[in-house]
Design a protein around this ligand. Structure first.
Ligand SMILES: [Zn+2]
Length: 766
């Protein structure tokens, strides 16, 4: 009796010792055990709990592995016991995860970010957890469709077939994720959903410390003591709003100071691994002697076009920081000419990441511009990732359902960019509109060639049982509507989701409602959200119809004035007797739309345009440009007059004028911008009144070819409100672009001018 008792005690002590030293049993059920290392990390602990939960719900009987019901051991993370069990040749798992098998023992292992809580953050790698989820999906038959505990399907009593010794997958992209904001699910649920779907955002994909040259900081510290630290413009140091917000890039003291600040920040907070310098803003060039003489300047263009200098400066700072901390990564800002022109003189290297900002989702776009940008950046040795898969109008809650498009889009970047971790979901969007997209995005980032049709069918089977057929048709119809769009920049309710176009989708959803099983928890939210959107589309339709029909293309006949306009009277085109008056139409349904008027007339030698911009806030008009023929006048509150004298639209003048009467002329021929510059003269006068600003233009006709007056021209005028609530309007405006010449009105000249043709041509040659 004593002997047996002591043996048992010894045995217990022995196992206890092993457990303490070499791992602990987390679960012991049916014919399987889950073993965690001693002192497990949060990643390992959560991975084991996921495995325990799913296996517990999947199996009521012993698990059959390769046809047998032997005892199965699952090691989650490397414990001493795993080594004893024979896992001794595991390859380095940097950036990867995998499942390893020895007989009926499994090891789940991968690269885990240090001190990561995989449930409270979606960032950083949790390789061991991915290994467990990968195993559950691929071998146990679990599928994760939605966040939360009702969002997955089980494959009850499924037999495990795992013949090889390892399964280390090679995903299409290293950076994988979905956007993370929803009113319907908690952050935690969304994080778990992303992890379950093998999302992985390596630490180098996002900054955890930003160093910006905010004037309030740098100016406060150095303005008085070191004016030479700041950018010089026209002989003076400046420190203001962008593009004047940065220091001199060629002052060695600035480089040292910046590096010193970053090193101090890392010393204060050792968890910093990725630093971002500069915010997303364009930058002007420094005029100091050192900058002008810098070798980089030769590779730069004018003013904002200065990638070489901008990144050359960053590289000098990075090299200094690396002397103290060789493993610190950096990440680029992503706006402006600098970003679009990667440096050639310096190689930024693999510790520098660049986010590629792709814009304007369109099934018709080749995205070649961005593909080229990725290639250019890759040539500098950096890592690239997609800042967003093409960005939608922010904070809109449209039912954008386009996984086929997404697949084509992602395919263009396979092997070029590391991946993406955003999607179409914004906090306001009903999750139901994005659910299939989120699910499929995670799959495509893992396997870009996945069958989207099969995934959709799979999704519909889970989410809308009984109505799979109708729901597949519904999704197809929604993607078909999207695939017609050239750009999502315009109000989709005016274009792809114009009320009448949604009828078919609505009827498919109605048909699905009759067939879907009553206990489907995912159909109701989608139906409710879509019905609301559908009603909204119809509610706005009458207004949209007004806009669409507001200004059909017409011919504007320029009247010949009987009494010439005296350019010395008060600026008041509404007083021009005999001029034609035209209204402006908004490009969208703006609240508080500010109206404009155009007065059009000519005499034998000049075209007269009188423009009236009604404006609530005339005190805060944007008037950056003060000199004719220079600066971005189109960035001010302005009018843009488009004159297209060429029969085939191959040549046109764009005259931009602001509220000071400052103007600039652009001339485009055969699709190319040509320099007309100061050669093209316009006489302007302007006036700002309490509720409006006015500008008058006198354009000498002899500046055009005499043949131009033989036929109709194309003609348009646009107005941009820049300073206050941004608005675009025009004599005829459709969509966002000002350059769609075929959408313009026609313009004809008075007969008298025809007779003057010879006179005009004489004037021209004299
Ligand atoms: Zn300088």
């Amino acid at each position: 009796m004593f002997k047996i008792f002591s043996k048992v005690v010894l045995l217990i002590m022995f196992f206890a010792a092993i457990n303490v030293l070499a791992g602990k049993v987390f679960e012991n059920r049916l014919n399987y055990q889950i073993i965690l290392p001693d002192n497990p990390t949060k990643v390992q602990r959560f991975a084991a709990s996921e495995l325990k939960k799913i296996l517990g719900r999947t199996y009521a009987k012993a698990i059959v592995l390769n046809g047998k019901t032997d005892e199965i051991t699952f090691f989650v993370g490397f414990s001493g016991n795993a080594v004893i069990a024979g896992f001794t040749n595991v390859p380095p798992m940097k950036g990867k995860f995998g499942v390893f098998r020895k007989d009926s023992k499994f090891l789940f292992f991968g690269e885990d970010h240090k001190n990561l809580d995989p449930v409270s953050s979606r960032y950083n790698s949790a390789g061991t957890l991915s290994a467990v989820h990968y195993f559950l999906k691929k071998y146990v038959g679990t599928n994760f469709y939605f966040p939360g505990d009702k969002g997955y399907s089980l494959s009850l009593e499924s037999q495990l077939v795992f013949k090889g010794a390892t399964d280390i997958p090679k995903p299409s992209f290293e950076v994988r994720g979905v956007y993370h904001s929803s009113r319907e699910f908690s952050r935690k649920e969304l994080n778990i959903f992303a992890r379950r779907n093998l999302c992985n955002i390596p630490f180098w994909g996002k900054a955890d410390y930003s160093y910006y040259y905010y004037p309030e900081k740098w100016k406060k510290r150095f303005w008085k003591t070191h004016p030479d630290y700041f950018m010089q413009r026209n002989g003076k140091p400046v420190c203001g709003k962008y593009p004047l917000h940065v220091p001199c890039f060629n002052n060695p003291a600035v480089i040292k100071q910046t590096a010193a600040d970053i090193i101090s920040a890392i010393n204060r907070k050792p968890s910093i691994r990725v630093v971002r310098m500069f915010c997303d803003a364009p930058i002007n060039q420094c005029h100091c002697a050192r900058c002008k003489a810098a070798p980089e300047r030769r590779y730069c263009g004018k003013d904002m076009n200065q990638g070489e200098e901008f990144y050359g400066f960053q590289k000098k700072v990075i090299d200094l920081v690396h002397e103290a901390f060789p493993d610190i990564y950096f990440i680029s800002q992503s706006k402006g000419n600098s970003y679009s022109n990667p440096p050639k003189m310096v190689k930024m290297g693999p510790l520098f990441s660049v986010e590629i900002l792709t814009r304007r989702p369109s099934s018709l776009s080749s995205y070649s511009k961005y593909v080229e940008l990725v290639k250019k950046w890759n040539a500098t040795g950096v890592r690239t990732l997609l800042k967003s898969y093409p960005r939608y109008p922010a904070f809109k809650d449209y039912p954008i359902m386009n996984p086929k498009f997404l697949q084509q889009y992602l395919k263009r970047f396979v092997g070029l960019a590391s991946g993406a971790y955003r999607s179409d979901l914004s906090r306001k969007t009903p999750y139901a509109f994005c659910a299939r997209g989120q699910f499929i995005q995670t799959r495509l980032l893992f396997d870009v060639n996945a069958d989207v049709g099969r995934l959709t069918a799979d999704f519909c089977r889970f989410a809308y049982p009984g109505a799979e057929k109708e729901m597949i048709a519904f999704y197809d119809e929604m993607e078909r509507l999207f695939s017609k769009s050239k750009s999502m920049w315009d109000d989709p309710l005016m274009t792809i989701y114009y009320a009448g176009k949604l009828k078919k989708a609505m009827s498919l959803l109605d048909a699905a409602a009759k067939k879907v099983k009553k206990d489907s928890i995912w159909f109701k939210p989608l139906e409710a959200a879509f019905k609301k959107f559908y009603a909204e589309a119809w509610r706005k339709k009458p207004q949209i119809d007004v806009l669409r029909k507001a200004a059909p293309i017409k011919t504007i006949a320029v009247p010949m004035l009987k009494t010439p306009i005296n350019f010395k009277d008060k600026v008041a085109p509404e007083m021009w007797s005999g001029a034609l008056k035209e209204k402006f139409y908004p490009s969208k349904l703006y609240k508080n739309f500010q109206k404009s008027l155009a007065y059009i007339a000519c005499d034998k030698e000049n075209l007269y345009l009188g423009l009236v911009a009604f404006e609530k806030y005339t005190k805060s008009l944007k008037q950056t440009c003060r000199k004719n023929h220079s600066g971005a006048v189109w960035g001010d509150d302005c009018f843009e007059i488009m004159l297209v004298p060429a029969k085939d639209n191959s040549r046109y003048y764009q005259i931009v004028v602001n509220s000071l009467g400052v103007y600039r002329v652009l001339f485009r021929k055969n699709g190319k911008q040509c320099r007309v510059g100061k050669a093209f003269k316009v006489q302007t006068r302007s006036r700002i009144a309490k509720d409006r600003w006015l500008v008058e233009l006198k354009i000498s006709l002899k500046q055009f070819d005499s043949d131009d007056f033989d036929h109709k021209w194309r003609f348009n005028i646009f107005r941009t409100r820049a300073a206050n609530v941004k608005q675009a309007s025009g004599l005829r405006i459709f969509g966002g672009s000002y350059h769609n010449l075929n959408q313009y009105h026609y313009l004809t000249w008075p007969k008298e001018l025809e007779q003057e043709k010879n006179f005009l041509s004489k004037l021209k040659f004299w």
